[in-house]
Design a protein around this ligand. Structure first.
Ligand SMILES: [Ca+2]
Ligand SMILES: [Ca+2]
Length: 459
């Protein structure tokens, strides 16, 4: 016995009508039942022959070249035809009769002999509407061994497409439109989740867990009937509705931590709800990656608070290196090569998170850490050589480490200059000339002699 519709016509007249038509047979889980619903029309060649077969809808896969995907009940008509075969809908070894049917038979068969058969309701008129529904009570797609997917049989002028399960090609894209980003700056991501169908989907989940270096706020708007949560902050974990052809578009504005390093990589995903099969899962995640390129306006100032200095004296320089951001900087170099006429020792203290070597002597060549907004302050106490002349000039510099761009390099050096003023012209000390000294000695001698004469005359 067989529930196949068997070919009975020995010879068939095949005449193409030259137009395209299609029937879609949707086989879905509906509660505890499986329902196959066929709709559409066919532009059949007049190759019809009455079939003696009579059965409820059937889903059958028996052997390598013997299957029947006919749904519907009653007498059908058949024709031998040629079609390109997609993958089989299932692979089971026994007939799977439907519990009930309305609308008559429709579907494709292939016989062990190799003939291809298209079955339509008996007396079907080319171009007229086909509507057939079969129900498998108390069954599941899995128990019928039906593999969710879309299977198309192409007859040239007609196609019959089986859609098994609720199918929706959900997909997602994500971009911020740039390839590099600045720590301490911002990026704006556009995340678009779409449904290419064929089924509508309610309750898909759009997710995006932002890396710790990002602080994000987002908004969302639907298109083509899609709906989503209007706005939120932090990670996206949103339940969305996406009818076939619909989409939802998230705009996430994110601040990048000033301390971020390396690359900024972030992945958005869309997940189909239970019962929905996505035939193309590869497009359900999207990642945007940016290379982080630190930028920081480092700067330095230097002064000793005076415009003139004295050889043999001292000066005290205050050198301040700062980072105006936006990125944090680790390993900038503060340098100050003092002139030979100065003998210096220095101390350093950080502010705003800046850090430096606490103290040293001689030239400064210090690796410092300067977060955005931070600074380091050096105090250099220097003895001026007594032999120094001319001008006391000294330059301090700050140099960004490799990989950090300073958009404003002009403020990365600072010079203090003092005029050296000779000590004798500032504080003259009175002295006697040799002639004056001689006169003084003579005067003292005269006074002493006179005193001696006075003491003798009184005695
Ligand atoms: Ca997909
Ligand atoms: Ca600078």
């Amino acid at each position: 016995m067989s529930f196949h519709f068997r070919l009975i016509a020995a010879s068939l007249l095949m005449v193409s009508l030259g137009s395209n038509a299609a029937v879609t047979i949707s086989i879905q889980q509906s509660g505890s039942d499986v329902i196959a619903a066929a709709s559409g029309s066919l532009a059949l060649p007049s190759c019809l022959a009455t079939s003696s077969g009579s059965s409820l809808g059937i889903i059958y896969w028996a052997a390598s070249d013997d299957y029947s995907y006919t749904v519907g009940q009653g007498t059908g008509t058949q024709c031998i035809t040629s079609f390109a075969t997609a993958q089989p809908l299932n692979a089971i070894a026994t007939d799977q009769l439907a519990s009930s049917n309305t609308g008559g038979p429709i579907g494709v068969n292939r016989l062990p002999s190799g003939g291809n058969i298209l079955t339509v309701p008996n007396g079907y008129t080319s171009g007229s509407s086909i509507s057939s529904t079969s129900t498998w009570t108390g069954r599941t797609l899995a128990s019928l061994n039906l593999v969710p997917g879309t299977y198309t049989f192409d007859f040239g002028t007609d196609t019959i497409t089986y859609v098994v399960g609720t199918l929706a090609d959900l997909s997602i894209t994500k971009t911020d439109g740039v390839a590099t980003a600045t720590p301490g700056g911002t990026v704006t991501y556009t995340v678009t989740a779409s449904n290419a169908g064929p089924s509508n989907v309610t309750g898909a989940t759009v997710g995006d867990s932002f890396p710790l270096s990002l602080t994000c706020n987002w908004t969302c708007a639907g298109a083509g009937g899609g709906s989503c949560t209007a706005s939120g902050s932090g990670n996206i974990n949103d339940s969305v509705s996406l009818p076939s052809g619909g989409s939802v578009i998230y705009t996430a504005s994110c601040a990048i931590a000033a301390s971020a390093t390396g690359s900024l990589s972030n992945t958005a995903t869309i997940t189909a709800p239970g019962g929905v099969t996505d035939p193309t899962p590869a497009n359900n995640t999207a990642t945007d990656s940016d290379t982080l390129t630190p930028q920081a306006d480092l700067s330095i100032t230097k002064t000793d608070g005076v415009t003139s200095a004295t050889p043999g004296g001292s000066v005290t320089y205050t050198i301040i290196a700062s980072n105006a951001g936006p990125s944090n900087v680790t390993g900038a170099t503060v340098g100050d090569s003092f002139p030979p006429s100065l003998t210096c020792s220095w101390t350093c203290a950080g502010a705003g998170g800046g850090s430096c070597t606490a103290s040293g002597s001689g030239n400064i060549n210090d690796s410092v850490n300067l977060p955005s907004g931070g600074s380091v302050i050096y105090t250099a106490s220097c003895a001026i050589a007594a032999s120094a002349t001319g001008t006391l000039s000294n330059t301090a510099t700050i140099t960004a480490p490799g990989g950090v761009t300073d958009p404003t390099p002009a403020n990365n050096t600072a010079t203090d200059s003092d005029t050296l003023t000779a000590a004798s012209s500032v504080n003259p000390v009175p002295v006697f000339s040799p002639w004056a000294l001689g006169l003084l000695v003579l005067l003292l001698a005269v006074v002493a002699t006179r005193q001696q004469h006075l003491r003798r005359s009184q005695s």
